[in-house]
Design a protein around this ligand. Structure first.
Ligand SMILES: [Zn+2]
Length: 57
């Protein structure tokens, strides 16, 4: 099976359902960031880029 942005977002959704420490920060980073690169080796890995908030405000 090939990796996809949809799969990456599926993993992020799964993470959102966990009781993570610093949950508020994580949610904010999810809102501003984006999936930028998908690993194609079969591991479902991906890069997630969060832009510097000082640039957009
Ligand atoms: Zn991989």
């Amino acid at each position: 099976m090939t990796n996809s942005t949809e799969k990456a977002h599926g993993w992020l959704e799964l993470l959102k359902q966990q009781a993570l420490p610093n949950y508020g920060d994580f949610i904010q980073q999810l809102a501003f960031g984006e999936v930028t690169d998908l690993c194609q080796c079969g591991c479902n890995g991906f890069d997630f880029f969060v832009p510097d908030p000082t640039r957009s405000f």
